[in-house]
Design a protein around this ligand. Structure first.
Ligand SMILES: [Zn+2]
Length: 260
């Protein structure tokens, strides 16, 4: 149970409505709560600095469901949304996914260290993976979901991606037939009517993945150019999304912690 009671506001700007601003005890509670849920790069901070404000902005962007760090004012006002999200039972934590795996999924390779994401993403991936795995057991032997790229260590602009800034996006490699001969390192480049693609792409496994992801991950959008799966309303077209698919998740409903 998260308990996060404050006497005033913390972060950028000044005191409003006569409540204290950046009171040392409030600051410590906020810092320690961030650290306890995985934002550990602020653990040694003793004052509110730019990096601390950037973290508040990252957190605000996550809670708003933004895939870029934008739309946050960098301050935690008492009893307002950011305070309540930080106190929430399902506050978004921050995790390193390097080398992690579960039933039905494994992180195969991340580029440029883009291995960090929210606990929302990790939990939902785990759920989708379990259902995908169970279905695979009964129907056929599918390769696990090959997870590729998340966000960078402290969030923000992510090399190789237009979004991916807030731990709400993930890229997945495409499942390939005959995975004894081919594995996740074999990248499929083209998405439509290409002979090599058609002979290698395991569309049935991909269909099963997308269905489980849609059912379990509270997705906003899945970007993937495969014409057959688009016709089944499992994904949408977007430039450069022929050789992998991209997922954006939405924030959950908030389960309040103790903030008053
Ligand atoms: Zn992506």
């Amino acid at each position: 149970m998260a308990i996060l009671k404050l006497t005033g506001s913390v972060g950028s700007g000044n005191s409003k409505n006569g409540v204290p601003h950046n009171d040392p005890d409030d600051f410590k509670k906020i810092r320690d709560r961030f650290v306890s849920i995985g934002y550990d790069w602020v653990k040694d901070k003793t004052i509110v600095d730019k990096e601390f404000i950037d973290l508040i902005k990252l957190f605000q962007s996550i809670c708003k469901g933004n895939v870029r760090v934008e739309g946050g004012d960098g301050r935690i006002d008492i009893h307002k949304n950011t305070h309540r999200w930080l106190a929430a039972k399902n506050a978004p934590g921050w995790v390193d996914m390097t080398g992690q795996s579960g039933f039905g999924w494994e992180v195969v390779k991340t580029d440029y260290g883009n291995s960090y994401t929210t606990t929302w993403m990790k939990d939902r991936l785990s759920n989708a993976g379990i259902y995908y795995y169970l279905k695979s057991l009964f129907l056929r032997s599918n390769p696990p979901m090959w997870v590729r790229d998340f966000s960078k260590k402290k969030g923000g602009k992510t090399k190789g991606h237009g979004t991916h800034q807030t731990g709400l996006n993930v890229d997945m490699r495409l499942p390939i037939k005959n995975s004894l001969k081919y594995d996740h390192r074999h990248a499929l480049k083209k998405g439509e009517n290409d002979k090599t693609y058609e002979s290698l792409f395991d569309r049935e496994a991909a269909r099963s993945q997308l269905k489980m992801i849609k059912a379990q991950m509270n997705v906003k959008v899945i970007l993937f150019n495969d014409r057959t799966l688009r016709k089944e309303h499992l994904c949408q077209r977007y430039d450069n999304h022929g050789g992998h698919y991209h997922i954006t998740i939405l924030p959950p409903q908030r389960f309040e912690g103790v903030y008053r």
